[in-house]
Design a protein around this ligand. Structure first.
Ligand code: GAL
Length: 355
């Protein structure tokens, strides 16, 4: 009789424990909707790969969609995520201002939003922004130009400016960061922008598109540089840089005699061109770290403990201060690509050398 009672108690305990564990599991089991802007750039493919991996590592289920740079696609993909019942949204917006309705719906449903890499503007639905030090990206690009031009002959050096897509809020951080460094040189005449195109309205590159950059560079060369050689091009992103370099080469600049051309993202094709001395530099943003940080942030978000990871940092998105986590960025050039990218196992030496 006594033995029987013990067995019954033991069974009850085991059933209780099982119920407790499965309830915990259910609480921990989250579904994340990840919305990426496009597959057309190497960078976003890596962002997608690593965010999915990192979330799956902690047992979250992921749903992933690429919007192919069409704002309408992105809105309906996020709507679908909400229909399917996600617990969290990670969004890298194509247009920082255009997701208003679907974000409102997420907020009404209580689904938190992480603004990934690009800040979602003018929305009160965003919970946190995880990105890189974007002003610093621009500063590094601008600084590279002034450090590598030789002003000692007293002659003006010719430079043209390119910015990113005007609807991407990051465009302004990059451009302003670079112009803070370049402006004094423009003001005292050491740097001359012959086209006089200084404003983002004139120098932006819709959707960061390589072909748009190529055709603008071609017309700049035809209109302003038939007599004079251009010495430097501020380019915000590797895809744009490759378009610029293609235009330069098609217009008579030899591979070993190109002007300074900056970049960003350390895309493999650009790092290969840096190694060959065609593109001058890029700014490396380790998207593996961004993915890791996004997962950490999402856990803090669910624990209601965001402040412990944002350390008081916030960015204003037009209507609210959004808690922010910023990661560091690194210059990559012909001398240091191996120590920055190969040592960190971002690429192998063979990939860069295209062997
Ligand atoms: C920006 C991003 C850059 C670059 C660019 C084009 O928003 O911060 O790293 O990838 O988009 O895709």
């Amino acid at each position: 009789m006594k033995v029987q009672r013990h067995v019954i108690i033991l069974i009850c305990l085991m059933v209780g424990l099982f119920a407790f564990i499965s309830c915990q599991r259910k609480q921990d089991h989250k579904v994340v909707g990840i919305s990426m802007p496009t597959k057309s750039s190497e960078r976003w493919l890596l962002d997608a790969k690593y965010t999915v991996l990192e979330f799956e590592e902690i047992g979250y289920e992921t749903k992933l969609a690429f919007a192919e740079d069409v704002v309408g696609n992105q809105a309906s993909q996020i709507d679908n995520f909400l229909d399917e019942g996600v617990d969290l949204l990670v969004i890298a917006p194509i247009d920082s201002n255009s997701l208003t309705d679907v974000l409102k719906r997420a907020k009404e449903l209580g689904v938190p939003i992480i603004s990934y890499d690009r800040l979602i503007m003018n929305s009160d639905a965003v919970d946190v922004y995880v990105s890189f030090n974007n002003e610093k990206v621009g500063e590094i690009q601008g600084q590279y130009i002034v450090d590598h031009l030789d002003f000692s002959d007293g002659e003006p050096k010719y430079m043209e400016l390119f910015a990113g897509s005007a609807d991407d809020n990051n465009t302004y951080y990059f451009f302003d960061g670079a112009m803070d460094v370049l402006r004094p040189y423009i003001e005292d005449g050491r740097l001359v922008v012959k086209s006089k195109q200084f404003d983002v309205k004139e120098v932006n590159t819709l959707r960061w598109d390589r072909m748009i950059a190529k055709s603008r560079m071609t017309s700049l060369l035809n209109n302003y540089y038939t007599e004079d050689r251009i010495d430097a091009v501020l380019s915000p992103y590797d895809g744009v840089s490759r378009g610029v370099i293609e235009a330069l080469q098609e217009n008579g600049y030899r591979q070993d005699d190109l002007p300074i051309v900056t970049g960003q993202d350390a895309e493999l094709s650009s790092v290969q061109w840096i190694e060959k001395g065609m593109q001058s530099m890029t700014v490396f943003k380790d998207v593996r770290e961004l993915a890791k940080k996004t997962v950490e942030v999402s856990q803090k978000l669910f624990e209601n403990d965001l402040k412990s990871i944002t350390n008081g940092e916030a960015y204003h998105n037009g209507i609210q201060d959004v808690d922010t986590v910023m990661l560091d960025v690194y210059e990559v050039n012909q001398k240091n690509w191996e120590s920055v990218l190969v040592d960190k196992k971002y690429y192998t030496r063979e990939e860069v050398l295209d062997e």
